[in-house]
Design a protein around this ligand. Sequence first.
Ligand SMILES: C[S@@+](CC[C@H](N)C(=O)[O-])C[C@H]1O[C@@H](n2cnc3c(N)ncnc32)[C@H](O)[C@@H]1O
Length: 464
Amino acid sequence: MGYHLPSCMRFLEASHAVEIIREAGPAGLHIKELAARVDCDPNKLGHILRLLATHHIGKEVSPNIFANNRLSSFIDSGKDFKVIKANPAIKYGGTNGIAAFVGMCTDELFKSSAYLTDAYLLEEISKHSSLPSAAPFNLAFRMKGQFFSWLEEEGNEMRLKRFGHAMTGTAGWEDGGSVSQADGFDWAGLEEGSLVVDVGGGIGSTSMTLARAFPHLRFRIQDRPKTVELGIAAWKERCPEMLESGRAVFQAHDFFTPQPVQNAAVFLLRVITHDWPDEFVTRILLQLRHAATPQTRLILVDYVLPLACEDRTEDIGAIRTMAPPSSGLLPNLGKANANAFWLDMTMHVIFNSKERTLREMTDIALSAGWQVTNVIRKPEGSLFGSIIAVPISIPPSKTLLSAVVEQEIVERSVSPVGDTFYSHSRLPSSPKAVGITMSQSDSAMRRMTQRLRKTISKTFTRTG
Ligand SMILES: C[S@@+](CC[C@H](N)C(=O)[O-])C[C@H]1O[C@@H](n2cnc3c(N)ncnc32)[C@H](O)[C@@H]1O
């Protein structure tokens, strides 16, 4: 029943309890005072905090008095509770994004995961589909559209902002922004004024790291229009001079459409390919391939999933095993590396996509005319890596994609069919396992309840 842990973590983050406790000082705060400020029931709050403290997230310093510790402090925005309570939208601005990441994971990602079996086993409409609009997320949130469009829906403004900052939080996957490290890709070796296009660059967190490390480079950060607006606001707050000088420019651009930049030194895609099923990634990479010069480099920054067995291929960047000799450990180090496999499931439940193995990444790059030449993993042993590719000729069969993918790319608009989070799937053992609509489900439930009530009342009449 470990599923309660993310529920309780969401409560901790969403209630801003960490900020309140920090303001109370290291001696901690009694649940009654904390509950009064959070505006919730103190008894429920106490049990939630105790479960978290049992996992070393915060601590119970004396009966019903809780204080922060290093783990709970990770999600401290550093801001004044009154300020963020009055205006939650500013909570994540200027932070390292960890609170935003925890908020996002324990809300939309966690809820979507609960619908994995509904979508992949019980629902005819989604069980055999690999379209991004038929993912567990779509069942969980009653959405017909795709995740990124949904984030832009009215009412989701907070979630959209949180997503942008959560991406800043993923810098932790790279051990201090390793994409920019001297022994990684040779950024320093690029000519003065070279243009790096950060495709699907979000609010530009990676470009900001690179721009600070390599002053001779220029940056074009492309994303959906609303994210571009948020990106400009974030850069105005943190490094306005880069926008003012024109070294960094934001551009609204849909990466499924022809790439307008034809002189890029680098097309950088950080955690983009893992958001999309294969045919969609091919489409994105094809657009970049068409705009590439012979000198352009493609950098895909993503988790590279190791196999659970030894990898005996001779592929560039392949690691035979990560386990020390005779250690008895799995070649991929098993649970110690579970984070990459968890993220893989996250991509499944939100996008019907996946994290990829090296072979899968190499094949998908080839499908769009890119040859992988190098794989950089920083620090040594990290599963998060940069895959470098150069342009080669495009396989003729890949210039056209299937009609259904074309259709999905065009129809990325959203049609919400409800508010949030419900289940209408029957278990396989129930008479109508699939295809039950919400209203059918409701009336079936009502009939069942009435039958149950009658049975109970008959039983009591007989025994009474
Ligand atoms: C997982 S985030 C990665 C953001 C950024 N690369 C980073 O590492 O922080 C994926 C990004 O792709 C953007 N995106 C989704 N669909 C897009 C599209 N059709 N065209 C351009 N950007 C898109 C999203 O808005 C989001 O910012």
